[in-house]
Design a protein around this ligand. Structure first.
Ligand code: PLP
Length: 462
């Protein structure tokens, strides 16, 4: 914690102490936090962030899979300031609106696949998923199908941290020590091709997972099942790309039993895979509902959206006299300043051809990361474009894991950090989800830094 400038040191110490003593951080081991506190970041531009000592790091995680267009965009700062000066807030309950909220909704309807033309706003991904559940229940109630309530999702799926979104989440670790809703939510297994039995073909593996969904619907009774939630590529569960055809086949099963398909695109939308939305363009499906957040504003301001079909809108928009009012909404639904940031973000993405850039440089990133599979502890390199994961193992043949106490993911992340690269540790894995403006040169830096860091971490295990 030293710097040449005593005033800077004083501020850093002050922030560090206040943070340690009062700010309760998400997903943090408080026992170690009480001693070591936080690393303080103070500036960012382009693909990099700077800590309070002025040391630069290439941000290999895009904030938290969200800073898609990179840092330091004056245009967003200006659009936000302009909106604050014009009208910083007004309620959107009932028949009131503002220009950014209306324009962004129309833009999302234009970009979303199929007839997903209707947008409900919240402040993030968890709330977008909670909104989807309330919307789905209301929809079936309006149709008189009042028993259709059950939700199916997958082990290792991540859908957020509100009570319902966390219940839909299937990452077992995240449930430890907490209570979750068990009456309404059911998990089927994770379609992780890396962990399938050695002798099983990808096709057979896929069919088995799809069958599991159908079996679960039949077990619960189709009249009781409302929806299936799935990320196109599971993110926080370890960047799991399902076997080819999985999404199309699970959608077909859902259609067969009148089960709504919710595609959680909180991570995958807005360019991360080289498309504005991945459901149709990457996986060939048009779901009933898409939830999104993060890259919607590139993390510049909080915003989430639940985008749904004409078919659902037609039912929930029946006259109040014939049914109930859709009593759902938040003070900040359609917040004009967040929506202004979202509109400018999408404008920048389109103008700069960010999706094309991701198709090109993201493919190079994928290809170069796959070279790391030659290292003795790297069992799997997976993901697509700018959504990637390295899985470390003790034995590449048996895929046996390195003992959890070794904290291999943390060791690799620490080594990277010393070398000026931030990657995310996740148990024995490391996640890479950088800003989408990485150059080929940046990609080379990331891959070579990872290589050195993995070698150093492997050495430290001895
Ligand atoms: N869904 C997915 C796929 C996510 O990855 C996340 C967060 O990482 C969420 C939902 C929850 O979003 P938020 O943290 O904005 O509530």
């Amino acid at each position: 914690m030293t710097s040449q400038n005593p005033a800077a040191n004083f501020v850093k110490q002050e922030v560090w102490e206040k943070d340690r003593d009062h700010f309760v951080h998400p997903w943090t081991d408080f026992s170690t936090f009480k001693e070591s506190g936080s690393m303080v970041f103070q500036q960012a531009d382009g693909v990099s962030v700077q800590d309070a000592d002025g040391k630069r790091y290439l941000d290999g995680i895009g904030g938290l899979w969200c800073v898609n267009i990179g840092y330091g965009r004056d245009e967003i700062a200006e659009a936000v300031a302009e909106q604050i000066r014009a009208i910083p807030y007004f309620s959107t309950f009932g028949h009131h609106t503002t220009a950014p909220a209306a324009r962004l909704a129309a833009k999302l309807a234009e970009l979303a696949p199929g007839d997903l033309n209707h947008v409900f706003y919240g402040c993030g991904g968890s709330v977008a998923n909670d909104t989807a559940v309330r919307l789905i229940h209301f929809y079936f109630n309006q149709l008189g199908k009042t028993s259709k309530k059950q939700i199916i999702s997958r082990i290792d799926g991540y859908h957020g941290s509100t009570y319902m979104a966390m219940s839909i989440t299937g990452v077992q670790f995240d449930h430890i020590g907490f209570d979750v809703e068990r009456q309404l939510v059911h998990h089927i297994s994770c379609p992780n091709p890396y962990r399938r039995p050695e002798e099983q073909s990808l096709e057979a593996f896929c069919d088995e997972k799809v069958q599991e969904l159908e079996d679960k619907i039949l077990e619960l009774g189709p009249d009781n099942v409302a929806a299936f939630f799935a990320e196109p590529i599971m993110g926080a569960g370890g960047v799991i790309v399902p076997p080819p055809g999985y999404h199309q086949k699970t959608l077909a099963v859902c259609r067969k039993y009148d089960v709504l398909y919710v595609s959680d695109e909180v991570v995958t939308a807005f360019g991360r895979l080289g498309h504005m939305f991945a459901s149709e363009d990457e996986f060939g499906i048009v779901p009933d509902i898409i939830t999104c957040a993060k890259g919607l504003t590139s993390g510049y301001l909080p915003l989430g959206a639940t985008i749904f079909s004409d078919r659902i809108y037609d039912v929930i928009s029946k006259p109040q006299a014939d049914g109930a009012l859709f009593t759902h909404g938040f003070t900040y639904s359609g917040h004009p300043v967040s929506c202004a940031a979202g509109l400018k973000n999408i404008e920048i993405m389109e103008r700069e051809g960010i999706c094309d850039h991701v198709q090109d440089v993201g493919a190079y990133f994928e290809q170069r990361l796959h070279e790391l599979k030659a290292l003795p502890i790297i069992g799997d390199v997976r993901g697509r474009k700018f959504m990637m994961c390295l899985e470390s193992v003790a034995d590449k043949t048996t895929k046996e894991l390195i003992a959890p106490e070794a904290k291999i993911g943390n060791r690799i992340a620490d080594e990277c950090q010393q070398r000026g690269l931030i990657v995310r540790p996740l148990a024995h894995m490391n996640i890479l989800s950088p800003t989408l403006i990485l150059s080929r040169q940046d990609v080379d830096f990331v891959v070579e830094t990872l290589r050195e860091s993995i070698e150093a971490a492997t050495e430290s295990l001895k």
